[in-house]
Design a protein around this ligand. Structure first.
Ligand SMILES: NC(=O)c1ccc[n+]([C@@H]2O[C@H](COP(=O)([O-])OP(=O)(O)OC[C@H]3O[C@@H](n4cnc5c(N)ncnc54)[C@H](OP(=O)(O)O)[C@@H]3O)[C@@H](O)[C@H]2O)c1
Length: 337
């Protein structure tokens, strides 16, 4: 834990990015006790100013000596920057909460969803990793069920928003859609394929087993967070033309048979989860409806037709909030509690 103080000096590495911008909003909304705030990004952003609590803060270049007197360093500048600079932040005395995948599977680094494994925070040695956004969203929905019955197998298909690939990907979806509607030629740049009026297998590299890096993050990180190496996980990750908020179709095989009512009650009791499951009106979680919401939304709660111990769900969550910035700041709140 951190030395008890009334205010903490906070640095944000990657402050100008999709997650960085959200860090500022979440810190402000949750009234995080901040002393000094240091905003860091690439040399491209030096000179920019960002507003926090009504005051403009300059952006400086992320460097090895950026972390003097910092208590908490929130990293969202990509894995390469985390690998290069997180150790300097730790050496300067800061606790790093890292949003990249750089340290997630390092056995010395806790990987934390505060509603699931808060006890792991205390094991940190300077770095705490924030899980992959798809993994956090899935875990918020499956953990209350897991507590009732161990999950033997999870089949998960994702519908991932473009903002998961950063601020430039949002602009690409908007511009491409406009260009396509106007009959102009489309020139994909952030993504390899056209994203306007299209979808494709997740844009991360495919490994030897035929699974993308994004899919393997869900497999490996879920096991690490639940401390359950035996859970079987079969993922398919897809990028869809949605600006913000990921959706996931989740199929669970449980050890014990649970009723829809038991599962629904467990989900309703889970902090940070809301059930939206109106079968009559056909209203279930949707990415537009959950955008900018802190909670993870779960619906389509139903028994699997072909599996006695099977439960199926449809889940949506704002992956920049609970999938990234909010989860990281919840970790910071636990650190200073
Ligand atoms: N977007 C999501 O939904 C999401 C969810 C979970 C985790 N993450 C992770 O969070 C990280 C950031 O993602 P993002 O979506 O916010 O990306 P983004 O919108 O592309 O922002 C990247 C940020 O990193 C900074 N940066 C890039 N190269 C840098 C360099 N060489 N030195 C210093 N700063 C540099 C950028 O600064 P400039 O503006 O100066 O270029 C910007 O502030 C990634 O590791 C990503 O995997 C993202």
């Amino acid at each position: 834990m951190l030395l008890k103080k009334s205010k903490y000096n906070v640095a944000i590495a990657g402050a100008t990015g999709a997650v960085g911008v959200e860090f500022l909003k979440v810190l402000e909304k949750r009234n995080f006790p901040i002393g000094e705030l240091r905003l860091l990004a690439s040399s491209r952003s030096v000179g920019k100013k960002m507003n926090f609590r009504g005051k403009n803060y300059p952006v400086s270049e992320l460097k090895e000596n950026s972390f003097e007197s910092i208590d908490i360093a929130l990293f969202s500048a990509g894995g390469d920057q985390s690998k290069k600079f997180a150790s300097h932040a730790v050496a300067a005395g800061a606790v790093v909460i890292d949003n990249s995948s750089a340290y997630r599977m390092d056995p010395k680094v806790p990987l934390v969803v505060p509603e699931v494994n808060p006890e792991d925070i205390a094991k940190h040695q300077g770095i705490i990793a924030n899980p992959n956004c798809t993994t956090i969203i899935a875990l918020m929905a499956i953990y209350p069920i897991y507590k009732l019955s161990r999950i033997k197998r999870m089949v998960i298909a994702t519908y991932q928003a473009v903002s998961g690939a950063g601020a430039k990907a949002i602009a690409e979806l908007k511009n491409q859609t406009q260009d396509d509607l106007e009959g102009k030629k489309i020139n994909p740049s952030v993504f390899k394929h056209a994203i306007a009026f299209n979808l494709f297998s997740h844009d991360s590299a495919i490994g030897a087993e035929g699974y993308s890096q994004e899919e393997m993050k869900v497999v490996n990180e879920t096991k690490k967070i639940l401390h359950d190496d035996h859970m079987l996980i079969s993922p398919t990750a897809v990028r869809v033309p949605v600006v913000r908020a990921h959706s996931e179709a989740i199929h669970l095989e449980l050890e014990k048979e649970l009723s829809v009512e038991e599962v629904t009650e467990a989900l309703k009791a889970m902090p940070g989860v809301k059930v939206v499951d109106d079968r009559k009106a056909n209203i279930f979680p949707m990415p537009r409806a959950v955008t900018s919401q802190d909670d993870i939304f779960v619906g389509r709660i139903r028994k699997d037709l072909g599996l006695k111990n099977g439960i199926n769900l449809f889940v949506c969550g704002d992956q920049i909030l609970k999938g990234a910035a909010l989860n990281a700041i919840q970790i910071a709140e636990k650190l200073i509690a």
